[in-house]
Design a protein around this ligand. Structure first.
Ligand SMILES: *[C@@H]1O[C@H](CO)[C@@H](O)[C@H](O)[C@H]1NC(C)=O
Ligand SMILES: *[C@@H]1O[C@H](CO)[C@@H](O)[C@H](O)[C@H]1NC(C)=O
Ligand SMILES: *[C@@H]1O[C@H](CO)[C@@H](O)[C@H](O)[C@H]1NC(C)=O
Ligand SMILES: *[C@@H]1O[C@H](CO)[C@@H](O)[C@H](O)[C@H]1NC(C)=O
Ligand SMILES: *[C@@H]1O[C@H](CO)[C@@H](O)[C@H](O)[C@H]1NC(C)=O
Ligand SMILES: *[C@@H]1O[C@H](CO)[C@@H](O)[C@H](O)[C@H]1NC(C)=O
Ligand SMILES: [Cu+2]
Length: 200
């Protein structure tokens, strides 16, 4: 059983490739530090994308089989920005490739003006509970446009599921076996080991 768990962890670690944000252009390559909140270990940049005042396109490339995904906004120009404005309802993103939202609306009550600086934060929470972070720095602009339809597309394998959909289906046999056939303390102990191992 331990071998199975370690094997599973190894598989997940090997296939783990995190995610990147192509539009608005991300702060930079965060692959080695993507577990770091709030922005994957990459500080604010001056490379801001001009983004429409009432909301714009977001294009990113997930690579895990599925991940609970959040997109948040933080107002301001520096590393003290607090990402407390939710731009979408969180969802279970499935498949890999590219995922593009043609237009993510900005709540009008924020009263943003052209030239305001902000950062967009994308969070992906994958199978084992590790959260991955990326941010992109933007400047709100009256003239900025949405991505054209040829640039904003979902890959064929990409899917979207509301959260809670999985809760109504019984756990698959693998998980059921692990949780029922093993004493709870052994299971948590093993999980902790695997988790520490994965983290390093
Ligand atoms: C980010 O900024 C903080 C505070 O200025 C600094 O301590 C840290 O080293 C910076 N991180 C990177 C990756 O540049
Ligand atoms: C700045 O952003 C553009 C895309 O808007 C990108 O092509 C370029 O590589 C970025 N520069 C740096 C230094 O990250
Ligand atoms: C977000 O945080 C800022 C700074 O603390 C605060 O001024 C603002 O009211 C907060 N917004 C929401 C929607 O909680
Ligand atoms: C998606 O994952 C499959 C299986 O790992 C791989 O063959 C395919 O190349 C991936 N597609 C993209 C667009 O990354
Ligand atoms: C991609 O999928 C998301 C989630 O279903 C959807 O909101 C979005 O409109 C799709 N993008 C395009 C370009 O169709
Ligand atoms: C997300 O969707 C995948 C594929 O349907 C499913 O296996 C997984 O349990 C779902 N996760 C959550 C948290 O709903
Ligand atoms: Cu990964």
């Amino acid at each position: 059983m331990a071998a199975l768990l370690i094997g599973l962890a190894l598989l997940l670690k090997l296939t783990s490739a995190h995610f990147s944000v192509e539009y608005p252009y991300w702060r930079g390559d965060s692959y080695s530090t993507q577990y770091t909140r709030p922005c994957g270990g990459v500080n604010v940049t001056n490379n801001r994308t001009q983004w429409p005042l009432d909301g714009g396109s977001i294009l990113f490339s997930p690579s895990h089989p599925w991940a609970i995904t959040y997109i948040n906004l933080g107002l301001g120009s520096d590393d003290t920005v607090i990402f407390n404005i939710s731009l979408i309802e969180n969802f279970n993103q499935t498949g890999n490739g590219t995922l593009c939202f043609p237009k993510v609306n900005i709540p009008p009550e924020l009263g943003l003006t052209a030239g305001s600086h902000a950062s967009i934060q994308v969070i992906q929470l994958s199978e084992l509970g590790s959260a991955l972070y990326n941010c992109a720095d933007i400047t709100f602009s009256e003239n900025a446009e949405l991505l054209s339809t040829d640039k904003c597309a979902n890959s064929s394998g990409i899917g979207w599921e509301p959260l809670g959909a999985a809760a109504s289906t019984p756990p698959d046999t693998g998980v059921g076996y692990l949780t029922t056939a093993y004493p709870t303390f052994m299971y948590s102990w093993l999980s902790a080991l695997v988790f520490i191992w994965l983290w390093n």
